[in-house]
Design a protein around this ligand. Structure first.
Ligand code: RB5
Length: 151
């Protein structure tokens, strides 16, 4: 499925390093009429990002058509924690090119951003770039599946 149509549901998670960024992402998705599940609706300090990543990723794996969006201070912790789950392909969208190709070639099912390293307007633009593109499948689908095979 193309563009935004591939996703019916968006699950959000953050730690204390990126609560405000997560709120801005939520606002953007809701303004587009998209269905948002916020797993960290209330700010507490500190928030342990590992369990947040795992909870959100379980929702991505359990609910077809769900895209995860995780934020922490740098995006590094959330990326590493998310990618420990088989079936999760989390990509840290640190520039616009990576945003485009994380959809076209990688078909990430979790997007990650840094609240202390990225401006909110850049993050929103990268989400839009990711969602406006389309997975190319073919050899990229084979590589994608290979990532989930035992080694
Ligand atoms: C929290 O202080 C910080 O370590 C976290 O948000 C993140 O940057 C980890 O990768």
């Amino acid at each position: 499925m193309k563009g935004y149509d591939a996703y019916r549901h968006f699950v959000l998670g953050c730690d204390h390093g990126a609560f405000t960024l997560k709120e801005k992402i939520k606002e953007y998705l809701l303004s587009r009429g998209l269905e948002v599940e916020d797993t960290v609706p209330v700010y507490t300090n500190p928030i342990a990002y590992v369990s947040v990543a795992r909870n959100a990723c379980r929702r991505v794996l359990d609910l077809p058509g769900t895209l995860g969006i995780l934020t922490c201070g740098t995006g590094a912790g959330m990326s590493i924690a998310a990618n420990r789950l088989i079936g999760i392909h989390a990509s840290l969208l640190y520039d616009d090119f990576t945003a485009e190709y994380s959809r076209r070639h990688t078909n990430a099912n979790v997007l990650v951003f840094g609240g202390r390293t990225m401006a909110p307007e850049d993050v929103i633009r990268r989400i839009d770039i990711f969602l406006s593109n389309e997975f190319e499948g073919g050899k990229y689908a084979l590589r994608n599946r290979e990532m989930d095979e035992p080694y």
